[in-house]
Design a protein around this ligand. Structure first.
Ligand code: HEC
Length: 131
C-alpha cells in the first residue's frame, strides 16, 4: 500500500470517459486531462480538478449522450480528489460511501487502504475542520 495512485484511481476513468473531448491541443472548455499527473501536479492545478470533481459529482460530465462511468468509478475518482485536494467542500456529497460518519482515523485508514493515497495524517484536520 502507499504511493501515489492517480494512475490507478483516476487515470483509467478519465481516459475512458473524458479524453475524447478533454485531451490534446484544443480540449473542450480548455480542460485537458491527459498527460502526466501526480499528486503534486493535481494540487498545482487544483482549480481544474475541483471543476472536474464538481462536474462528476453533479453528473454534468460526461455529457448525457455519452457512455457514463459507474457510481463506483465516480466515487473512486471523487474520493481520491477529495483526499488529495484536502478540501471536502470541493465535493458537496461524498455519496454512497458515507465517509462523513467515520471518525478521522477510520477515514484516514479507509482512504489509505482503498486508494493507496499517502498523506500527512497528523497535519490533516479532517473533513469538517476549518481550513
Ligand atoms: C463528448 C465530449 C465530452 C466528454 C466525453 C466530456 N466532456 Fe467535459 N465538456 C465538454 C464540453 C463541450 C464542455 C464545455 C461546454 C459546457 O460547459 O457544457 C465541457 C466542459 C467540462 C468542464 C468545465 C465545466 C464548467 O463548469 O465550465 C469540466 C470540468 C469537464 N467538462 C469535465 C469532464 C470530465 C471530468 C469528463 C469525463 C468524466 C468529461 N468532461 C467528458 C465535452 C465533453
Amino acid at each position: 500500500m502507499g504511493g501515489q495512485s492517480f494512475e490507478k484511481a483516476v487515470h483509467p476513468v478519465v481516459k475512458q470517459f473524458c479524453f475524447k473531448c478533454h485531451s490534446g491541443d484544443d480540449p473542450e472548455a480548455e480542460i485537458a486531462l491527459d498527460g502526466a499527473w501526480d499528486v503534486a501536479r493535481v494540487r498545482e492545478q487544483r482549480d481544474t480538478w475541483q471543476q472536474v470533481a464538481k462536474a462528476l459529482e453533479g453528473r454534468q460530465m460526461p455529457p448525457k449522450f455519452m457512455k457514463q462511468p459507474t457510481d463506483d468509478q465516480r466515487q473512486v475518482v471523487l474520493g481520491w480528489l477529495q483526499t488529495v485536494l484536502g478540501n471536502a467542500d470541493a465535493v458537496a456529497d461524498p455519496g454512497r460511501v458515507t465517509l462523513r460518519r467515520l471518525n478521522r482515523i477510520q477515514y484516514i485508514n479507509t482512504i489509505r487502504d482503498l486508494l493507496g493515497v499517502e498523506f500527512d495524517a497528523f497535519r490533516w484536520k479532517g473533513p469538517h475542520a476549518a481550513a
